[in-house]
Design a binder for this molecule. Structure first.
Ligand SMILES: CC(C)(COP(=O)(O)OP(=O)(O)OC[C@H]1O[C@@H](n2cnc3c(N)ncnc32)[C@H](O)[C@@H]1OP(=O)(O)O)[C@@H](O)C(=O)NCCC(=O)NCCS
Length: 168
């Protein structure tokens, strides 16, 4: 039987991500919440890219990340509905845990599901003997909730990143 983790919020449970059955729901959530991501902003600046909406490109990147062999991914489910997902990668040699893509569906944001998922990820880092943790997050206003969650979990800024684009 697959392991389940209670998040302590309503009936929300975390279970391992199953690419075959969960990809569609993840893509739906991503298309609803990633307005602040690079693909949405590129579309905002240049128009539709390769005739597909940004949600297609963003969910493709995220699904590729979640499907990578070293990625550990989980979905948060309540009453058979996917309400969020989280992921991480362990670098055993450096004892470095990196928080990966995570998100909560719009109608469930603000319930502390995002925070609880990051607490779960931090627990996994501790259990796996990690000594360091890292996460990459954008500095634009749309990522303020994510930055807040990471800040609440003790992550401090190390460097800024500048994502630049141009039309060729
Ligand atoms: C980041 C995300 C997962 C958080 O999920 P959530 O379940 O709504 O988060 P929580 O309810 O646990 O907490 C959100 C925190 O952000 C704060 N917050 C919400 N809106 C904010 C804003 N506009 N500016 C600053 N902080 C904000 C909340 O007050 C809360 O902080 P607190 O616990 O100190 O009060 C969700 O916003 C999301 O899916 N965002 C889009 C995708 C994303 O950015 N993913 C992370 C990057 S990979």
């Amino acid at each position: 039987m697959e392991p389940l983790f209670e998040l302590g919020i309503g009936q929300v449970m975390l279970r391992p991500y199953d690419a075959r059955n969960d990809a569609h729901s993840i893509a739906r959530i991503v298309g609803q919440i990633w307005h602040g991501g690079g693909d949405a902003l590129m579309e905002g600046r240049f128009g539709l890219i390769a005739d597909k909406p940004w949600g297609h490109w963003q969910s493709q990147s995220i699904l590729n990340y979640l499907a990578a062999p070293d990625c550990r991914a989980f979905v948060a489910v309540e009453s058979n509905e996917m309400v969020g997902f989280c992921s991480y990668v362990l670098d055993i040699q450096r004892r470095l845990g990196t928080v990966g893509y995570n998100g909560v569906s719009p109608e469930h944001q603000g319930r502390r599901i995002g925070s609880a998922m990051i607490s779960f990820v931090m627990d996994q880092f501790h259990k796996a003997g990690m000594e360091y943790a890292a996460v990459l997050v954008a500095t634009n206003p749309q990522h303020a909730p994510a930055r807040r969650v990471y800040e609440n979990h003790g992550f401090e800024p190390l460097m800024g990143l500048d994502y630049r684009v141009r039309k060729l």
